[in-house]
Design a protein around this ligand. Structure first.
Ligand SMILES: *[C@@H]1O[C@H](CO)[C@@H](O)[C@H](O)[C@H]1NC(C)=O
Ligand SMILES: *[C@@H]1O[C@H](CO)[C@@H](O)[C@H](O)[C@H]1NC(C)=O
Ligand SMILES: *[C@@H]1O[C@H](CO)[C@@H](O)[C@H](O)[C@H]1NC(C)=O
Ligand SMILES: *[C@@H]1O[C@H](CO)[C@@H](O)[C@H](O)[C@H]1NC(C)=O
Ligand SMILES: *[C@@H]1O[C@H](CO)[C@@H](O)[C@H](O)[C@H]1NC(C)=O
Ligand SMILES: *[C@@H]1O[C@H](CO)[C@@H](O)[C@H](O)[C@H]1NC(C)=O
Ligand SMILES: *[C@@H]1O[C@H](CO)[C@@H](O)[C@H](O)[C@H]1NC(C)=O
Length: 865
């Protein structure tokens, strides 16, 4: 007797769903896709075991309809069914979980098709092949929840239907972010976090190696397009640029169009500067395209497979693909492979004769061993199986038994449902009371949310507040050897639930880059900027594209691809290439310098000449020539000139605190002594002349020490200026780093330029006064035309110092000092030459003129007659 219970409400909605479903044709092989095991509670499963084949008619009046399901070339997906079966068997034997309750299942093959999945859900709910929406016709037990499916699209479709009846559903594959809406789909659970955290793993990986110009390759499938766009946006948001998003050409119809499409695409990819290409697809068609011989991109491109594409990809196909050098060194984000204890043993010993439900194996055996098991719907033209075939006879490329990815998730999700059911029963049943089998489907939801248990391999399983089970991803690298063998290296992992900075782990030393000398490949929009230049953004190009410009003067960059050039420290200067800073050359007028040598030799020479002159004057001190015109003044002038020549040595050599301090003051005072001596001489001449004029007021000064007072007075003026200068703003040595590039001028900062020019100005003023006075009395017949010579010497002196100032201001570094030394030497030599040379001439060569008589005679020419 079949009991059909009517689900109240929702009939209106159901009618629309069933209308949609009826457009899907049922597959042609009866119960091919249907696996049932009786139990008190039934877990529904929509599992992708086969994929659909559509025959496409180009017609605008009917949609393309799947015609039949064909097994995948490998039987990896069949393993999911066996994992489901294995989990149910284990739970039923486990006394701890749901004692006295038998779990059953009803599994439909989704055939990787939405229509099949939906009709599967309806059939499971109805409890019979012919779906009766809204009715449940189970002979025994009732449906507790659903597991399914693998691809986001199927899971989404199923969730719309199970959501109506409020059955919990757990996907064991990837899901889309659109399924996160808790209000819309409160009963949907995810095995993988889907908030694009896997994209973040990819993005962090790209950033780790500095790849900021990448390409994305996907298929023309609409879901792939949508999720690739999402990936592209995520990448761009993170600051990395996407050069292209290429769609693999449609695989159907296979033929020249397809190969031409692939060839063109390969060419475009080849031309791009993006050397890192992300392959992102959930579609099987990607496999066909990748192993096509026309998919020929060079070794220089690095392929990175997203979690989705690596999970659908048959890695084995890539490892054993001769000539697939494009995949050499590819990196894949994958679901970690895990172990299900006992499952391998179960698979190895699977035989139709001992398997409780041998008919389950029929289609798999047909696909694997090309033989027919004697159960329903046999193919007559095939060999009968011997019964000795086992899955362990199959090569790993067809069926692997060591590591489980989706099977592991599926297995755990069956456990999650069982634990939730167990918790619900223990919470509801009173002690001593028999179990209530009846419950509303939505009542389980609360228990599923809180379920937390340890998987047999020790992994803790629970759902977070977004109903995502925590997981991490592995990063592996595929390596082909020249002998056509290959290996898979584990190079890192990505754990979305870890703190942001610990999410990505990459063992960089384990990676074998497919580049000469194993350096990290470049994937950037611009050629590398060498040290010494920096990146500059070109507004016409995407943000990741740059031009390189050399660093500006005084700046350097010592890294490739520097964002900015750095300033060298004050005492350093960039080298020619601008990739490092060199200490600046310190410049000052040194004794090693030819200029320094020349100037110092000249001043020594002049010093000696002056000393000789002084010697001559002292030797002939009693001659009329020397005696006339104040002997002491002459001595003083000569000594001050000697010292002036010597004071050039304060200017040459490395300026220090003391030399800077003394330099200008010593020079100023010595020169003031010299000039004031000259002034005193002039005044002496004037007074001497006045002596000859009885009416002159100056007569009373004759014989006084007026000349000494003049020298003292004038010099003390300069001393006062210098004292103030040194007290208020003393000169100090400093480095001038701005005037000349690559050099650092060690110079004296004069402290106060006003003071400096006051010193020179004062000196100039005295010189001008001497000049004026001497000029006015030049015609005066004195002992030896003294006034004329003084006029002349002051003219030389003033012209030297007047021309000194512009020359001083317009030179830099050691030349400023040289100019000043030159001025000192020139003006001193001027004084020396003009005042003393004629006297020497007379003393040494014309001693006959060097008599008092002659001098007086000359002085008073009118009186001699
Ligand atoms: C299971 O059934 C056995 C026998 O029917 C009974 O003794 C036992 O108490 C039951 N266990 C639970 C947990 O109900
Ligand atoms: C692959 O491309 C390279 C250069 O782009 C070319 O030399 C080579 O012949 C191509 N191979 C195939 C199989 O198309
Ligand atoms: C397979 O076995 C069935 C009976 O079980 C038999 O009728 C059929 O002929 C056999 N087929 C072959 C190819 O031997
Ligand atoms: C191929 O070469 C690799 C190393 O070069 C070696 O580890 C591997 O065993 C070789 N495989 C075969 C089948 O010779
Ligand atoms: C990284 O890989 C290298 C080479 O495969 C291995 O020797 C090393 O132990 C690995 N390091 C870590 C931290 O896993
Ligand atoms: C794969 O890349 C590695 C590293 O560059 C290289 O040694 C090896 O020869 C490549 N394999 C093939 C088949 O070209
Ligand atoms: C670049 O210069 C900085 C500071 O001058 C220094 O700390 C850094 O080590 C240099 N880097 C290289 C690669 O030389």
């Amino acid at each position: 007797m079949i009991l059909c219970a009517l689900f109240l409400g929702q009939i209106g909605i159901l009618m629309t769903v069933s209308a949609a479903v009826t457009r899907c044709q049922r597959p042609s092989f009866g119960d091919f896709q249907n696996y049932f095991k009786e139990g008190d509670l039934i877990l529904g499963g929509i599992i992708a075991i086969t994929h659909s084949s559509r025959i496409r008619f180009l017609s605008f009046t009917s949609s393309s309809v799947p015609n039949f399901c064909i097994p995948h070339i490998s039987l990896h997906y069949f393993q999911h069914l066996l994992a489901f079966f294995f989990a149910i068997e284990e739970i039923n034997q486990n006394e701890e979980i749901l004692p006295n309750i038998t779990l059953g299942f009803h599994i439909y093959d989704s055939c990787s098709d939405v229509c099949f999945s939906l009709s599967g859900v309806l059939s499971i709910l109805s409890g019979q092949e012919e779906a009766v929406p809204g009715y449940t016709c189970h002979r025994r037990g009732h449906v507790a929840g659903f597991i399914g499916s693998l691809s986001p699209m199927m899971s989404h479709a199923i969730s719309r239907l199970t959501g109506i009846y409020r059955y919990p559903q757990i996907s064991y594959g990837f899901t889309e972010a659109s399924l996160n809406d808790q209000a819309e789909l409160p009963f949907f659970y995810h095995t993988f976090p889907n908030d694009y955290s896997k994209y973040h793993g990819m993005i962090q990986f790209l950033r780790l190696f500095g790849w900021d110009w990448v390409g994305i390759l996907t298929t023309a499938n609409s879901n792939d397009k949508i999720s690739s766009e999402e990936l592209k946006r995520a990448i761009i948001r993170s600051g990395i640029c996407v050069d292209f998003l290429e769609l693999m050409p449609n695989i159907f119809p296979l033929g020249s169009l397809f190969s031409k499409g692939i060839k063109d695409m390969s060419k475009r990819i080849y031309k791009s500067k993006a050397n890192v290409i992300i392959i992102h697809s959930t579609n099987n068609e990607m496999n066909f395209a990748l192993v096509s011989t026309h998919f020929n991109i060079t070794d220089s491109k690095l392929l990175i497979f997203s979690v989705e594409s690596s999970s659908i990809l048959k890695i084995d196909a890539l490892t054993s693909c001769h000539g697939c050098t494009s995949f050499n060194g590819s990196i894949m984000f994958t679901i970690p492979t895990r172990d299900i204890p006992g499952f391998k043993h179960f698979l190895q010993n699977l035989k139709p004769s001992t398997f409780p439900e041998p008919s389950f194996l029929q289609s798999a055996w047909r696909a694997a061993f090309n033989c027919e098991l004697p159960y329903k719907h046999t193919f007559r033209n095939k060999n009968n199986c011997t019964g000795q075939e086992t899955l362990s006879n199959l090569p790993p490329s067809k069926f692997y038994m060591d590591h489980f990815q989706f099977s592991y998730n599926l297995y755990n999700m069956v456990y999650a449902l069982a634990h939730a059911l167990h918790n619900m029963y223990t919470a509801k049943s009173q002690p001593g009371e028999s179990l209530h089998m009846e419950f509303q489907p939505w009542q389980l939801n609360q228990y599923l949310k809180e379920v937390r248990f340890k998987a047999p391999d020790g992994n803790e399983i629970f759902f977070d507040e977004k109903r995502h089970a925590a997981t991490h991803y592995d990063i592996i690298q595929l390596n082909h050897f020249p002998n056509w063998s290959s290996s898979i290296i584990h190079i890192g992992s990505f754990n979305p639930s870890a703190p942001t900075d610990k999410q990505l782990f990459v063992n960089k030393t384990a990676i074998i880059w497919n580049t000469p000398s194993n350096q990290i490949p470049r994937s950037m929009c611009y050629e590398s900027c060498a040290p010494g230049s920096r990146k500059i953004h070109d507004r016409k190009k995407p943000v990741c594209c740059f031009d390189c410009i050399p660093c500006s003067e005084g700046e350097y960059s010592n890294t490739t691809d520097a964002d900015d050039c750095m300033k060298c420290p004050e005492d350093h200067w960039p080298n020619e290439k601008k990739n490092e800073c060199l200490p600046r050359v310190i410049e000052f007028l040194s004794y090693e310098d030819p200029l320094g040598v020349a100037l110092s030799s000249i001043s020594i020479l002049l010093f000696i000449i002056t000393a000789l002159l002084l010697g001559i004057f002292i030797k002939y001190r009693d001659t009329a020539m020397v005696k006339a015109n104040n002997r002491n003044l002459s001595y003083m002038l000569l000594i001050s000139l000697m010292l002036s020549f010597l004071c050039t040595f304060v200017f040459i050599g490395q300026p220090g605190a003391v030399t800077c301090l003394l330099r200008q003051s010593v020079f100023g005072i010595l020169f003031t002594i010299a000039v004031s001596s000259v002034l005193a001489k002039t005044v002496t001449v004037v007074i001497a002349f006045s002596a000859t004029k009885p009416s002159s007021k100056l007569r009373k000064w004759i014989g006084t020490r007026v000349s000494s007072y003049i020298v003292l007075l004038c010099t003390s003026g300069e001393i006062v200026i210098c004292t103030f200068w040194l007290l208020i703003s003393p000169p100090f040595p400093e480095y001038d780093t701005h005037s000349e590039k690559g050099k650092m001028i060690l110079q004296c900062n004069e402290g106060s330029f006003t003071a400096f020019y006051s010193v020179i100005g004062y000196m100039g003023f005295l010189a001008l006064v001497s000049f004026t006075v001497a000029f006015l009395v030049r015609k005066v017949p004195d002992s030896f035309n003294e006034a004329q010579f003084i006029t002349f010497s002051m003219l030389v002196f003033c012209s030297v110092w007047v021309s000194f100032i512009p020359a001083y201001l317009s030179t830099k570094g050691k030349y400023t000092v040289a100019i000043e030394i030159f001025a000192i030497l020139a003006s001193s030599t001027g004084l020396l030459g003009c005042i003393f040379t004629p006297k020497c001439y007379i003393i040494l060569i014309r001693p006959d003129l060097n008599t008092r008589k002659h001098l007086i005679g000359k002085q008073h020419p009118k009186n001699t007659t």
